[in-house]
Design a protein around this ligand. Structure first.
Ligand code: HEC
Length: 156
C-alpha cells in the first residue's frame, strides 16, 4: 500500500511538469512557509516578482496598503501616506530578498512581536486586522513576490 502511494505521488509530480517541459510553479501555502532564522529563501509563488506591480500593491489601499504606514521618496507625492513605519528608502541595502520575504510573511516573527505591522502572508495576520481577512492572507503569494521586487529597487 505504501509503495502504491509512492508511485501515485511520483505520477502527480510528473503530471505537474507542463507541456513546455518546465515545472509549473507551485504556490507555498501560508502554513507551509519555511523560516530559516530571519529568512524565507524560497519564492512563495515559485516565480520571481514584478517590481512595477509591486509598487502598485504597495500603494493600493485594499491590498498591501504599505503606504498607510511607510512613505518612500518615489511615492512621496501620493496623498494620505503615513509615517508610522520608517521610510523604506535604501531598504534594498539593509535586507536581502529572503529577509524581506520573511518580514512580509510574518513581521511579528522577524521585526518584533508587538509591531503594529501586519503579517501579510498568514491566515492570522494580527489582532488589528479587519475581520474580512480572517482565514485569508492579506496578499497573495505573487503579490508578496512583486512587493519584494519593488523593495529591491529602493537602493537609497
Ligand atoms: C500598520 C502600519 C504598517 C503597515 C500597514 C506596514 N508596515 Fe512595515 N513597518 C511598520 C513599522 C511600525 C515598522 C518598524 C518596525 C517596528 O518598530 O514595528 C515596519 C517595518 C518594515 C520594514 C523593515 C524596515 C527597516 O528598515 O528595518 C519593512 C521592509 C516593511 N515594514 C515593509 C512593509 C511593506 C512592504 C508593507 C506592505 C505590504 C508594510 N510594511 C506595511 C508598520 C507598518
Amino acid at each position: 500500500m505504501r509503495h502504491a502511494n509512492k508511485i501515485a505521488a511520483a505520477c502527480v509530480a510528473v503530471a505537474m511538469i507542463g507541456t513546455t517541459g518546465t515545472a509549473i510553479a507551485e504556490i507555498v501555502k501560508p502554513g507551509d512557509v519555511k523560516f530559516d532564522g530571519n529568512k524565507v529563501t524560497m519564492s512563495l509563488s515559485g516565480t520571481s516578482g514584478n517590481s512595477a506591480d509591486g509598487k502598485k500593491w504597495f500603494a493600493n489601499r485594499k491590498l498591501g496598503n504599505c503606504l498607510a504606514c511607510h512613505v518612500n521618496k518615489d511615492l512621496a507625492d501620493k496623498p494620505f501616506h503615513g509615517e508610522i513605519g520608517p521610510p523604506l528608502d535604501g531598504v534594498a541595502g539593509r535586507y536581502s530578498a529572503p529577509e524581506l520575504r520573511a518580514i512580509l510573511v510574518n513581521s511579528k516573527q522577524v521585526l518584533s512581536e508587538d509591531t503594529i505591522m501586519p503579517g501579510f502572508y498568514r491566515v492570522d495576520p494580527g489582532a488589528r486586522m479587519a475581520k474580512k481577512f480572517k482565514g485569508k492572507t492579506i496578499l497573495s503569494a505573487q503579490q508578496v513576490e512583486d512587493i519584494i521586487a519593488y523593495l529591491q529597487t529602493l537602493k537609497e
